[in-house]
Design a protein around this ligand. Sequence first.
Ligand code: ZN
Length: 189
Amino acid sequence: MKHWTDIQLPIPEWLEVWAARVPEIFPDKNQRMALAIDLARTNLQYGGGPFGAAVFNQHTGELIAPGVNWVVPGKSSLLHAEVMALALAEQTLGSYELGSHGAFELVTSVEPCCQCLGVLMWTGITSLVCGACAEDAEAVGFNEGPRSLNWVQELAQRGISVTREMMRPQSIMVLQSYAGEIYNCRTRT
Ligand SMILES: [Zn+2]
């Protein structure tokens, strides 16, 4: 017999330790992006993908929840950084409608793929801030899926402002260090 109800989304244990050493408030958007990139970089060290994200209170800068790409270790294609951050934020605030609790911002080290674009539209966030571009992720082998060419305008129509290419070079460095590891593994074998 399968025990479906015993299954929970696997969240990496290192996030607890990480959370204990970061501030609670990030007033500046650059600080928020630096945190998302730090999550991506740290996640690589624990066997996750080179992507990080976090949900903040847009106005106070309070960190609500972090997220990382944990697809491979967690054995779930749901576990993209943006989805994890949004899911943890919703559980933290006790509602899937983040918009009913205030204005919230999703900061992600790389532009969202088609899955994450779909999820974030239903959460009620009001701001999306992206680091590296989709083509940067695709350049190292990731697939962003069939995204609308007008995704920025479509989010704007739903009340979600989009900021792109914030600290893009720093985020690309994490993507490239991931690609370098893959390359080194291949050349070692
Ligand atoms: Zn995604």
